[in-house]
Design a protein around this ligand. Structure first.
Ligand code: FES
Ligand SMILES: [Fe+2]
Length: 426
């Protein structure tokens, strides 16, 4: 349970809010590289409550800037993108990717006026087919985070963004929730999948340790990137399944996977307080990723604005017969199942009314860290730094080992991820 005040602090991320200012100190995936072409149509991207547009100029450079024209506010989304700049359709003011005003046709006699005009824009970096941005103060820009999957060949990964209709915090809580897999994602019958692929669109095979039983034990450790959430599940008669979820501060995760399975990385970026850009990167460690199989199993059908066609409005296409015969939800698509669980809570769930159990331990730790960091940041402390030496080697890698061993014996945290060189229990 959270007080109403803490729930407010956790969930509000617009300009000037404590959590919003903290989030602006981290690199954010904004859009995919192929969404914008040289001299092509700009793309709308709302981030942390700010209405932004992205465009790619004649030379391929990317600009990410405020949507409203600084002249009198017309949307630059409708503008003309050519000749190394984006021109407003209303009076022809033109801007380059740095946000500088390069032309004001009606004020040509006064270059000083033009030179004073600057549109608010943010730096970008293109990595692995994704355009990332940093929205904080220039002098505080952190090192770009080098996640493990960024070191894999391009054909080993795929990425997808989707507009999810609820606050980022409840989406991220779902990712740290081991128990939900054993219900929400459980298929009733055997599922045949390609090598390394976790599920079909119905769900996860009922014999997979993620869904066979809820974990018998969970624990959370402090790590130098955030939190390592460990779970012990029943694997075989002799072995337990040891699993981990990594929560990387402030809004990135690696959900649980076993050695040999394709990996998954997520980022949950507030679009505004009532919706989230849910980023999903699937990656294979040692072979090209099966794009179609992963797309199908997630089951998302998106329009050109990344809004879902299977949604709350059509009750996620729930099939009550399928709920008896096929899976726990009657909903096809792992992602649709997650969205149904989190969006039906309402856009911002009232955490003063909830009843958390021991199974919610990772969620409690994640919230505590976010709130503690937001409060410390408000009091002038530096935001938690992410270390690339750690991020480069980090991914979820569950294993099986004797059920006579504790998780600390079978599945200890590697030294490189320990906080301050030492494991700290929280
Ligand atoms: S409002 Fe954009 S040029 Fe006038
Ligand atoms: Fe899920």
């Amino acid at each position: 349970m959270l007080t109403k005040q803490d729930n407010h602090l956790l969930t509000r991320t617009g300009p000037g809010t404590p959590m919003g200012e903290l989030f602006r100190r981290y690199w954010i995936p904004a859009l995919k590289s192929d969404e914008i072409q040289p001299d092509g149509k700009p793309q709308r991207v709302k981030l942390l409550g700010e209405e932004l547009i992205a465009f790619r100029d004649t030379e391929g450079k990317v600009g990410l800037m405020e949507e409203a024209c600084p002249h009198r506010g017309t949307s630059l989304y409708y503008g003309i993108n050519d000749g190394c700049g984006l021109r407003c359709m209303y009076h022809g003011w033109k801007f380059d990717t740095n946000g500088d005003c390069t032309e004001i046709p009606s004020e040509e006699g006064d270059p000083k006026f033009r030179q004073k005009i600057k549109i608010k824009n943010y730096p970008v970096k293109e990595v692995k087919g994704m355009i990332w941005t940093y929205m904080g103060p220039e002098e505080e820009q952190p090192e770009f985070p080098e996640f493990y999957w960024m070191g894999l060949p391009d054909e080993n990964m795929m990425s997808e963004r989707v507009w999810q209709e609820c606050n980022y915090a409840q989406v991220m809580e779902n990712d740290l929730d081991y128990v939900h897999a054993a219900f929400l994602h459980k298929a009733h019958g055997t599922q045949v999948t390609g090598e390394g692929i976790l599920s079909t669109d119905l769900g996860i095979d009922p014999n997979h340790p993620l869904v066979k039983n809820p974990p018998v034990k969970q624990d959370v450790e402090d790590a130098n990137y955030g939190k390592r959430c460990v779970a012990v599940g029943i694997g075989t008669e002799t072995d337990n399944a040891f699993m981990e979820i990594h929560y990387i501060f402030p809004f990135y995760t690696y959900p649980p996977r076993f050695e040999g399975e394709d990996g998954m990385w997520h980022a949950f970026i507030p679009r505004d307080d009532y919706s989230t850009w849910s980023w999903d990167v699937q990656f294979s460690h040692n072979r090209p990723i099966d794009v179609q199989a992963n797309h199908d199993r997630r089951g998302l059908k998106l329009d050109e604005h990344f809004k879902k066609q299977i949604s709350l409005e059509n009750e996620y296409a729930q099939d009550r017969e399928l709920q008896k015969t096929g899976n726990f939800t009657g909903i096809r698509g792992i992602a649709n199942q997650d969205h149904a669980a989190t969006e039906t809570m309402g856009a911002i769930v009232d955490r003063s009314k909830e009843h958390l159990g021991t199974s919610d331990l990772p969620i409690i730790h994640m919230r505590r860290l976010l709130l503690q960091q937001a409060k410390a940041f408000q009091e002038g402390q530096k935001p938690m730094a992410l270390e690339n030496e750690s991020l480069k080697n980090l991914y979820s890698a569950g294993l099986y080992d004797s059920n006579e061993k504790s998780w600390q014996e079978a599945f200890p945290m590697q030294d490189q991820f320990k906080k301050g060189g030492q494991e700290v229990k929280s």
